[in-house]
Design a protein around this ligand. Structure first.
Ligand code: AP5
Length: 194
């Protein structure tokens, strides 16, 4: 059972490779927990679409399947988590993605006396990931770019699994099931809280 760290607010991270279903599940999980879904990928895509200074800076990086630098992401996430709706808890999709980002998230939460309640790792076989992403047709969904995003995931994001497992926050979920079954597995992994 996941126990909320303060009042009823729950702070959950969804972790998994591109195409594992983080974005698909974030809204459903957030809704059932009564908290906000926050996707850094979505925020960056909105910035690109708006042609904002942030969007202009990250456009090429995203199109190449690389990670935006940790300092930029720290600013984006610090500001977003300071917003009023995030005070009642959140489901964070796409952050952290490096050990340095995990340290930043911990620091942001520590400063306001909060902590993460759980990190849900959505596990899906690589062949299925590529098929799913290629079926979606987003700007960064060409086969070359998805392979690069997967390589970046293995190199920079996968170490977070051991990091959060060591901190006893990790919950493993089989993402190679129907969308509804994955949602149920996440609910179960959160001890019925979701
Ligand atoms: P981001 O948007 O976070 O991309 P990602 O992690 O590569 O994840 P995806 O959005 O590709 O996949 P997903 O796991 O959300 O799966 P989805 O639900 O869409 O980031 C994009 C870019 O922004 C990064 O490459 C980077 O450049 C930058 N960025 C973002 N955050 C950053 C950070 N913290 N640091 C640095 N850079 C950052 O599902 C995929 C498809 O599968 C969909 O079509 C869906 O309908 C389908 N599907 C989902 N679940 C199932 C299921 N169970 N069965 C069958 N189909 C399914």
């Amino acid at each position: 059972m996941v126990a909320a760290s303060s009042s009823s607010a729950l702070r959950i991270v969804l972790l998994g490779p591109p195409g594992s279903g983080k974005g698909t599940q974030a809204g459903t999980v957030a809704e059932s927990l009564g908290v906000s879904a926050i996707s850094t990928g979505e925020m960056l895509r909105e910035a690109v679409a708006a042609g904002s200074p942030l969007g202009l800076r990250v456009n090429e990086i995203m199109a190449a399947g690389e990670l935006v630098d940790d300092e930029t992401m720290a600013d984006v996430v610090r500001e977003r988590l300071a917003a009023e709706d995030a005070q009642k808890g959140f489901v964070l999709d796409g952050y952290p993605r490096t050990l340095s980002q995990a340290a930043t998230l911990q620091e942001i939460l520590d400063r306001s006396g909060k902590r993460l309640d759980a990190v849900v790792q959505i596990d899906v076989p690589e062949s299925e990931l590529v098929n799913r992403v290629l079926g979606r047709h987003r700007a960064d969904d060409t086969e070359e770019v998805i392979r690069q995003r997967l390589a970046v995931y293995h190199e920079q994001t996968e170490p977070l699994i051991a990091f959060y497992r060591e901190g006893s926050l990790l919950r493993d979920v089989d993402g190679h099931q129907s969308i509804e079954e994955v949602a149920k597995s996440i609910r179960d992994a959160l001890g019925g809280e979701g």
